[in-house]
Design a protein around this ligand. Structure first.
Ligand code: ISJ
Length: 376
């Protein structure tokens, strides 16, 4: 029986050979890339790869090794493709697709639509992003907002996409798929809910509290310390504030934002009433113009994957091999194809970077329906 030292020496000798052969194989793949560039052929040849996997599997002597060699070669061939995309990228001109680079977004004298009512968090997000010198109006639903920019009635729409405690706003992910609009910016707003009432109200006067169910939930601990109050759900926090302001009744209070307090002239009766002090909502700024800023740092894409083992892993390797930092991944079901998913990935970078273009080139060739939703 060989001792451990000797066995490891044998493994080292084999690994040295594998490294040499790997490098030799990669250098041939580079020649293949040159041939493909000259003959205008795509990098990815699915048939060739499938044939290879089967042939290599047949050369092994156990089911375990058959699986192993196939998994190993899936990796090797995907690495060889990535090197070929790099060479293609060096050879071809930079391609930012339909996107045009701009120095900065126009934020003055533009028309912006938001969903909800004045004093809502989306209104606050709009003001934080654009400032005061805009024309703005609001609509009832997120889809209405998407329609307004499609029709050209507004240049930008402000939509919530994610809350740090409640998670993603699924409907808006689906609307990004449904409409061919672009994310041009984002704005994070801290949800600093307050208990608001009319001037002169004392906590002892209150009998009823109105707010959106999410806000009531986020302030549960505070509300539990006032069991004598009746909580009533409302469509949104700003509408609750509006009711309290209009009815001028000291027995009523609303849980809403500081913006709603300012907008409806209400007085904060209690602040910091939320359980999670970092609770924030991220809003996206959507437009139909295919633009990105020259200093944009984040890219959102989506793509669909076949229902095959390893397909997600291999799609993500395009980010890894190009040194791109992925910041988020979400999946949404594809309505017409049961158990297949569209993946939404955010990663750091600018469409002008060659690493980004290289990753997108690989994804476009290997995943289905790649869409760049924006660089902001
Ligand atoms: C090297 C090639 O390019 C790609 C990589 C392959 C590999 O590494 O074996 C096989 C097929 C192609 O998807 C080729 O076309 O032969």
């Amino acid at each position: 029986m060989l001792d451990l030292q000797e066995m490891r020496k044998e493994i080292d000798v084999i690994d040295d050979q594998i490294v040499k052969l790997f490098e030799k194989r990669m250098s041939i793949a580079e020649h293949v890339a040159k041939f493909k560039i000259e003959n205008n052929k795509p990098v990815f040849d699915r048939n060739r790869e499938e044939e290879k996997l089967e042939a290599l599997g047949n050369k092994t002597h156990s089911a375990f090794n058959c699986c192993g060699i196939q998994e190993l070669y899936q990796h090797i061939m995907s690495i060889s493709r990535k090197r070929q995309y790099q060479l293609l990228q060096e050879h071809e001109q930079a391609d930012t697709g339909e996107f045009q680079m701009v120095d900065a977004l126009r934020k003055k004298d533009v028309t912006v639509v938001f969903q909800g009512v004045e004093g809502a968090y989306s209104h606050a997000a709009m003001r934080a992003f654009f400032g005061e010198e805009i024309f703005s109006y609001h609509v009832d639903t997120w889809k209405d907002a998407m329609e307004e920019i499609k029709k050209g009635n507004a240049m930008y729409a402000v939509l919530p996409i994610e809350n740090s405690t409640a998670g993603i706003v699924q409907d808006n992910y689906d609307l990004l798929t449904e409409y061919n609009h672009v994310i041009a910016g984002e704005q994070i707003i801290q949800c600093r809910h307050m208990l608001l009432g009319i001037s002169g109200t004392e906590l002892e006067d209150i009998k009823r509290v109105y707010s959106h169910p999410q806000a009531l939930m986020q302030c549960r601990e505070f509300l539990d310390s006032h069991k004598e109050w009746q909580c009533h759900e409302f469509g949104n926090t700003a509408a609750a504030a509006k009711k309290v302001s209009e009815e001028q009744d000291k027995t009523q209070a609303a849980i809403a934002s500081p913006y709603a307090a300012e907008y409806f002239g209400l007085i904060p009766l209690a602040e910091h009433i939320y359980t999670n002090p970092d609770n924030s909502t991220r809003f996206i700024i959507v437009t139909k113009e295919k633009i990105y800023c020259k200093d944009a740092k984040k890219i959102s894409v989506s793509y669909e994957l076949p229902h095959e083992s390893g397909s997600l892993y291999s799609s993500l390797s395009h980010f890894i091999y190009n040194g791109l930092n992925m910041t988020k991944i979400e999946s949404r079901p594809i309505a017409e194809r049961n158990w297949e998913y569209r993946f939404f990935v955010d990663f750091e970078g600018n469409l002008s970077d060659s690493a980004v273009q290289n990753a997108l080139r690989g994804l476009k060739a290997e995943a289905q329906n790649l869409r760049v939703h924006g660089n902001y």
